[in-house]
Unconditional design. Structure first.
Length: 249
């Protein structure tokens, strides 16, 4: 065994461990060229990720084993005070249940992301994370220069929740292993995500795969025809145009 009594020995020991370590990566989409992929990570249960994603990124969250539970928060990268507003995400589209075409709205009425594909159908915009999940989101946010007060309510994927006739919330479980949900990013965002249990479903979480790739052409596609969605997209495009116009152009 390599001695760690000296700096040279400690370095040799660390390098020998790194050489034998096996780091599992996410399953990559077969129909996306490797050159287009901008971020790929497998998050273990109890883990988290933080990354800045550009406008026109397509983000895939995948549940390889059928028990992942990502709690997701989006903040506008160039103005982090503008962040996901879960109340408006539910209220403005007149829909509490997340699915294809549903916008994730900011507190300024702009679309941070749209759900553009979904093979799960088991999601939640009502409960938020457990205290463990919130603590991990704060840690993830700190690595992007954010404070505890910046960690707003989140949406969760792959663990369904429904409202009963008496107003009670009930868990509806997960879909099959291999389920996924895709988000199209409309504005540059800081993505914070942790993979932990759900407040209404205490099954241990399993690994979560995250893959992001450039898909700017998809911003020109109309993903929802509801007037509320179209108005939010218009607000988003106006803000983006105003922020990116070249002085003197």
């Amino acid at each position: 065994m390599t001695s760690t009594a000296s700096a040279l020995g400690a370095r040799a020991h660390a390098r020998s461990q790194a050489a034998t370590a096996t780091i599992a990566g996410p399953e990559l989409p077969d129909d996306v060229a490797a050159a287009r992929i901008t971020f790929a990570q497998r998050i273990p249960a109890g883990g988290y990720a933080n990354v800045v994603l550009g406008r026109g990124t397509r983000l895939r969250l995948r549940d390889p084993a059928g028990a992942a539970c990502p709690h997701v928060l989006l903040l506008r990268a160039d103005a982090p005070w503008e962040r996901l507003n879960v109340a408006d995400t539910v209220k403005v589209p007149w829909q509490a249940y997340l699915g294809i075409g549903h916008p994730l709205l900011s507190d300024q009425g702009r679309v941070l992301a749209t759900i553009v594909a979904d093979t799960s159908g088991q999601h939640d915009a009502l409960c938020g994370p457990t205290p463990e999940g919130r603590a991990l989101l704060r840690l993830a946010g700190a690595k992007q220069g954010l404070e505890a007060r910046d960690i707003a309510p989140t949406v969760s994927f792959f663990r369904g929740v429904r409202v009963e006739s008496d107003g009670a919330l009930s868990a509806t479980g997960s879909a099959a292993a291999g389920s996924s949900v895709d988000l199209l990013i409309h504005l540059p965002v800081i993505l914070l995500v942790t993979d932990t249990t759900h407040p209404l479903d205490d099954r241990p979480a399993s690994d979560l795969d995250i893959v992001a790739w450039a898909a700017p052409d998809e911003l020109a596609v109309q993903h929802n025809s509801d007037p509320e969605y179209l108005r939010a997209v218009e607000n988003t495009e106006q803000a983006w145009t105003a922020a990116t116009v070249e002085v003197g152009a």
